[in-house]
Write a protein that binds this ligand. Structure first.
Ligand code: NAD
Ligand code: ZN
Length: 388
């Protein structure tokens, strides 16, 4: 048996005894988890906003550890290797994987309901509901990683867990947001959301040479933190200002790139909240509309905040008439791993600044509450299991 953070109902995570996973496929690896983080994406599940969770599901898609066992067909990963897993589970050989769209792998998600709703199945994801394959997550003492050669990256012993853990997701996602937005030297970039993802989006945009980066949130402690840790970032507190009006004062022609790092459970307008509550929509268009209206003509809107299904009042008019490019997606972490590990090794990117808490896994129940309710200055929680 092992300990794992388990979803038992809306806003309820418990640490429970679960069977230790075993190798079930020749391409699997079994990890002893050393560090695992809570993500803003976990909050969509925690609060019951995302469909497809079942009582007893093991949470977590940001994890790393030491390889304890490998299947007979695993080639590049050996017992004893220290590795980071990516949140998206890819087979490595389908058409999508061949195009490096690992998060859209054709093979690893068996969910019929997702195909019915989306027209196709995305990749399987660790600990992310039965809509994405129902895989057990990594907020546990041990985790099984399918297609280990594709979904694990070896990390050097000179780097700490804290330095490399976010290769599992949010550093890659911050980079992906910038890639989708084609952020380059001299750009003006606006970022919605000063959570762990938004903060790393700002760091990556500055690293790529953006001339101005504007960060939008109403969580004052997060904005203050950003101004201390990311010198040069400009802040927009939407608790004090109307986002669209203030942004127009700050950048009259509009930002070149607008990045959404918030996600669908943060409805803003009363109308959105009511329409979600009575089942007329699953997602709010509020924030996306702000990006569309604010973006400069011909600019790019990049969405990495997670959305689930349908949004009313979506402003398709200005999207079309202003000639905007709209891009979105779950991150194909494997595509960016080598480049980002290189930047970490050379000291050019250090994502550790976002870690605010490092409790043991046994505190997972409280840690979820703290992150969700933004208590105790919480930014990013990295949990450490203690296997027997
Ligand atoms: P988080 O919940 O900590 O951060 C979201 C932030 O947005 C919060 O600080 C919140 O106050 C702020 N916010 C709420 N409403 C806002 C508004 N109207 N305008 C501006 N800001 C607003 O979560 P996180 O860990 O930073 O993750 C952010 C999003 O990225 C989530 O939706 C998560 O699911 C998503 N995500 C996507 C991927 C991917 O592959 N695309 C990967 C990781 C995370
Ligand atoms: Zn994540």
């Amino acid at each position: 048996m092992m300990k794992a953070a388990v979803w038992v109902g809306n806003f309820k995570i418990e640490v429970q005894d679960k069977p230790k996973p075993i190798i079930t496929n020749k391409h699997d690896a079994l990890l002893r988890v050393t560090s695992t983080a809570i993500c803003g994406s976990d909050l969509h599940l925690f609060g019951g906003y995302m469909p497809g969770m079942e009582k007893g599901d093991i949470m977590g898609h940001e994890f790393m550890g030491v390889v304890e066992e490998v299947g007979p067909d695993v080639k590049s990963i050996k017992i004893g290797d220290r590795v980071v897993a990516c949140f998206d589970i890819a087979c490595g050989h389908c058409g999508q994987c061949s195009n490096k769209l690992f998060s859209e792998c054709d093979v690893t998600n068996s969910s019929d309901p997702q195909e019915d709703m989306y027209g196709h199945r995305t990749a399987g994801l660790f600990g992310f509901s039965h809509m994405t394959g129902g895989y057990a997550g990594g907020q546990a003492d041990y985790a099984r990683v399918p297609f280990a050669d594709v979904n694990l990256i070896k990390v050097p012993s000179t780097l700490t867990d804290q330095q490399v853990l976010f290769l599992s997701d949010i550093l890659c996602t911050a980079w992906h947001a910038n890639e989708l937005g084609e952020v380059k030297k001299g750009d003006v970039v606006a970022v919605w959301g000063a959570g762990p993802v938004g903060l790393l989006v700002v760091q990556c945009a500055q690293f790529r040479g953006a001339k101005r980066v504007i960060l939008i949130d109403n969580a004052k402690y997060r904005l203050e933190f950003a101004s201390q840790k990311l010198p040069g970032v400009e802040l927009l507190d939407f608790g004090e200002h109307d986002t669209v009006k203030r942004l127009k004062e700050m950048v009259p022609n509009g930002p070149d790139v607008c990045i959404e790092a918030v996600g669908f459970h943060y409805a803003k307008s009363l109308m959105s909240k009511v329409e979600m509550a009575v089942g007329l929509q699953t997602d709010p268009a509020d924030i996306i509309n702000e990006l569309i209206v604010s973006c400069r003509k011909g600019g790019i809107v990049s969405i990495v905040g997670v959305y689930a299904a349908t949004a009313n009042h979506f402003m398709i008019g200005p999207l079309m008439e202003k000639g905007l490019t709209l891009r979105a997606g779950q991150t194909p972490c494997q595509k960016y791993w080598d480049e980002l590990l290189g930047y970490i090794e050379s000291g050019k990117l250090d994502p550790t600044f976002i870690i605010s808490h490092e409790p043991p896994l046994s505190d997972a129940s409280h840690s979820y509450k703290m992150f969700n309710e933004k208590l105790d200055g919480c930014l990013k929680v990295v949990m450490h299991p203690t296997p027997a």
